[in-house]
Design a binder for this molecule. Structure first.
Ligand SMILES: *[C@@H]1O[C@H](CO)[C@@H](O)[C@H](O)[C@H]1NC(C)=O
Ligand SMILES: *[C@@H]1O[C@H](CO)[C@@H](O)[C@H](O)[C@H]1NC(C)=O
Ligand SMILES: *[C@@H]1O[C@H](CO)[C@@H](O)[C@H](O)[C@H]1NC(C)=O
Ligand SMILES: [Zn+2]
Length: 593
């Protein structure tokens, strides 16, 4: 590690120069920074923050902390790329085609529901047939050039064969389904939810954002590349599930198995699915790429005790006992800690290294946190003031369902509740089970209950008890935290390619940065929900959840995903198309993947 490393402004760095290189500054410049750091922080040698005037101005890069690769633009296909992102996509003609492509997709109401029966038994899947017909008509070149396999009838896998089969393919994912529109809210929509209505700026309707912008964005890009005669060197594989909004149990789950059987483990160079966008945080534009997902566990806590007539009640009924247990659970939440190396830690380091609006004291604790536990706790305390940040870091719990009793004059023989947990990336399903098992031990004994947790007898077996306490997985849908995608070091070539692509896209179109890649900071982070990627872990270690809609200016967030008035600005979506185009071309000629 060099002292006070600096990233030199790279300018446009093309693929032919391979991966962005970092140059060290000259000795004079370095010593000035050492001096400044000494004066400002008192802890010179490890300080990586070249603050001018001690925290007012943020330097161009943070060196080892949140390193930023340079802008990456296609070289071999540089002319094609420039023509597309700077001309074609800016044209009125393309704009109109894009509006029709996405609007048409929104007009097919591909709703998915919880607990659907298998394909073939549940008629609610049938609507995906017309959606496939739509894709076939809208994207003729794709359907004559790419190889299409339908997995479990409605899962779509397109293969665009590259000329070099020794290169691992790029895998792009999106989902065909949308969250159902609550019929009671249908008339609250400014424009009907499946109208695909274009108001001159925005395309309206369920799925316009989540995730038909992703799916049609990929299709639009590839159709356009085909129209322009592009032939890939590296294969591109598309995986479009059809029940992402219902955990992907029928769609991505089958596609994941199919791809694993066909290609094998770690067969893909990288996978990009829907996820984070870029937006302003503390005065800087951040593109946060989901390099991890939290795990998931629903536990069912059930108390059973003797029934009988309510006129001769015991001091505590099943409901009363359950209530005590639930109060105890809420009084003892999981302790959240910002662990070094976790995606949210890395995100906070990126804030420290590049966000001018970060409070000075927080920047200092974050900078010191790499080697001081005290500073780390201090930073954590400040960051946890934002409950959303804290929720992404730690394991959360929420009691979401409760039931017990059938009649006022009958003692309830049982009562149960379901607790929803989102498991921290540095924890595990086992940790959560252990925590909850231990937590309820003394109350189980105080209420004289025979106690079983996750299939194991906890209380002494055979001892007569007043009732039972059973905790278990609620529906067997537990999901471990996702493996964390590497974002630094030797394994980070795919991350760097993605980051360079984000920067290239950002620079290409908008005159909102200084043209050297510093306009946007690309940071690892956590996707707050789960995507179809949960079924794709074994296909590659490099999974990214990132969408690149233009949301840098908050007025551009039309919003409404999962609720009424979902809409997307065409300009915001065109930005996503620029991104996918740049990604495919960069991946195609990369020698580092
Ligand atoms: C627990 O309940 C059983 C059954 O009602 C009873 O026989 C036993 O004495 C109770 N034990 C305690 C410690 O209260
Ligand atoms: C971008 O903006 C700068 C000043 O903000 C201006 O000097 C430059 O000409 C602009 N470039 C383009 C291509 O519009
Ligand atoms: C955001 O975008 C809108 C629409 O293009 C524009 O009118 C507004 O000035 C922008 N605001 C900022 C702060 O850039
Ligand atoms: Zn989605």
């Amino acid at each position: 590690m060099s002292l006070i490393p600096m990233v030199e402004k790279e300018g446009l760095l093309s693929n032919s120069l391979s991966q962005p290189t970092r140059k060290s500054t000259g000795p004079l410049k370095t010593s000035i920074y050492v001096l400044l750091a000494l004066i400002c922080t008192g802890t010179a040698l490890y300080s990586v923050q070249p603050h001018f005037f001690c925290g007012g101005h943020v330097g161009t890069a943070g060196g080892d902390i949140c390193p930023q690769p340079g802008v990456l633009v296609p070289s071999k296909n540089g002319a094609l790329w420039k023509g597309l992102v700077e001309e074609t996509y800016n044209s009125q003609e393309f704009h109109d085609r894009a509006v029709n492509w996405l609007g048409g997709a929104v007009r097919v109401p591909t709703e998915s529901f919880d607990r659907m029966l298998p394909v073939g038994e549940d008629p609610r899947w049938d609507v995906f047939g017309p959606f496939h017909d739509y894709l076939l008509t809208a994207f003729p070149l794709i359907h004559t050039t790419l190889e299409l396999t339908k997995v479990n009838t409605y899962g779509l896998v397109y293969v665009w064969k590259g000329s070099d089969e020794t290169q691992k393919p790029l895998l792009l994912a999106a989902h065909q389904d949308v969250v159902p529109v609550n019929p009671e809210t249908a008339d609250v929509w400014t424009h009907p939810p499946y109208s695909g209505y274009f108001d001159g700026e925005r395309i309206w309707g369920r799925g316009s954002w989540d995730d038909k912008s992703g799916l049609i964005g990929i299709m639009t890009t590839i159709e356009t590349l085909l129209e322009n005669g592009f032939k890939p060197t590296r294969s591109v594989v598309l995986a479009f599930g059809f029940d992402e909004e219902a955990s992907g149990l029928h769609g991505a789950s089958a596609i994941g198995k199919y791809l694993l059987e066909t290609y094998g483990e770690n067969a893909f160079a990288m996978l990009v699915d829907e996820g984070g966008d870029y937006m302003v945080e503390y005065g800087k534009v951040y593109a946060t790429v989901g390099t991890a997902e939290k795990g998931y566990l629903d536990t069912r806590v059930e108390v059973a005790s003797p029934g009988g007539h309510s006129s001769v009640p015991p001091p505590h009924t099943s409901i009363g006992i359950l209530s005590s247990l639930l109060v105890h659970i809420e009084a003892n939440p999981f302790v959240a800690h910002l662990g070094r190396g976790t995606p949210m830690y890395l995100k906070s380091q990126c804030l420290a290294a590049h966000a001018p609006g970060l409070p000075r004291s927080l920047r200092k604790s974050l900078t010191d946190a790499a080697r001081s536990d005290k500073a780390l706790r201090k930073a954590e305390e400040a960051l946890f003031a934002d409950p959303r940040f804290k929720a992404l870091v730690g394991t959360t719990q929420a009691i979401d369902l409760v039931q017990g009793g059938v009649k006022t004059n009958a003692l309830p023989e049982s009562a149960w509740a379901v607790v929803d947990h989102r498991v921290a990336t540095d924890s595990s399903i086992e940790d959560v089970q252990k925590h909850e098992t231990e937590l309820l031990k003394h109350l189980a004994s105080a209420f004289n209950l025979s106690y079983t947790a996750f299939g194991k007898q906890i209380s002494e077996p055979g001892v007569p008890a007043y009732g039972t306490l059973t905790i278990d997985e609620a529906w067997g849908a537990a999901l471990a935290p996702a493996p964390v995608t590497p974002s630094s070091g030797d394994a980070a070539a795919p991350f760097n390619l993605l980051a360079g692509t984000v920067k290239a896209t950002y620079e290409a179109h908008r005159n909102i940065s200084d043209g050297n890649g510093d306009g946007v900071v690309v940071s690892p982070g956590i996707m707050s929900g789960n995507t179809d990627t949960r079924h794709y872990w074994r296909l590659t270690e490099h999974i990214f959840r990132y969408s690149h809609h233009y949301t840098g200016n908050q007025t551009w967030v039309a919003g409404g995903a999962h609720t009424v008035n979902e809409a997307i600005y065409v300009d915001s979506w065109l930005e996503q198309i620029r991104f996918i185009t740049t990604l495919i071309l960069n991946a195609d000629e990369s020698t580092s993947l």
